[in-house]
Design a protein around this ligand. Sequence first.
Ligand code: CP
Ligand code: NVA
Length: 334
Amino acid sequence: MLTWLPELKDRSLMRLASLTDAEMLNLVDLAAQLKARRRAGVRGDLLHRRQIALIFEKSSTRTRNSAVIAARDEGGDAEYLTRPDIHFGKKESVKDTARVLGRIYDGILFRGFAQQTVEELREYSGVPVWNGLTDDFHPTQILADLLTMKESFGTLEGLSVAYVGDGRNNVANSLMHGCAKAGIGYTCCAPAALRPDEKMLAEAEEIARRNGSPVRVCEDPKEGVRGANVIYTDVWVSMGEEAKTEERIRMLRPYRVDMDLMRATGNADGRLIFLHCLPAFHDSSTEATRETGALEVTDEVFESKYSKVFDESENRMHTIKALFVSALNSREAV
Ligand code: CP
Ligand code: NVA
């Protein structure tokens, strides 16, 4: 029996901070149930005839495919729309596009640049809108990360996460807020120039105070990861920041995740995992890294027993499905 989440019916997701702590954790639990249900061979009807528009300004492997399959698995469908496919923001304003697509679709998932765009889609479409990554946030990623942590450790309680790298990007912002909401200790290991934005940090600190978990920022990665159960990293150059590539590589070299850094946690198998939202630049991942060596994570860590990155990728689908189902499910279909 699935746990029904009536409070999330018709709801959008702009950022994790717009969910209550309980809503966020309930979504993770619903995703676990949907995962078990799919593993048992059930392809249900929870999204019967629901139509979802996927507006993507940036590339995607996981988010796009997760959204399409989440919809189709449960009897719905999804249409992938990139900027050149539609008049979005050029010949037609975001506001007008939102009003058109909201008349045709039951929900919209957006991936792109400005947070303001996804907020405008929500404001004017009249249907649930989900943030599939903007320059500021990546909330659906963190739902999958929390599910992966829960699967790995059996509980989120008492865990400690160290994020290592660009501490002010979309994934880092959402992870910091997600950990604070789950009561997980969070340490951001980043150079001063890439520490979290002060406003984002203050928000996380306020949430964490309520839940009694620490939020820390630390320049020294070896010191910052001490005691961590999860080492998390992301690309050093996010989509849209390609002009900063050389500067970032120079700044973040000391923050590459290797086995020495994993050992510096003081934790071992059973108490330690490695996560990365992917795609990742490890030694063997691209022609360029095969020549220059790894950027943010070495093959040794990426391919190790600690690495849960492919469970994490799979969990993107189950958590996005949980979001779609809780917002669009008609109770008759349950
Ligand atoms: N992690 C993630 O969002 O991957 P994609 O860019 O492939 O969607
Ligand atoms: N920070 C990365 C995440 C990719 C899933 C980016 O925005 O490119």
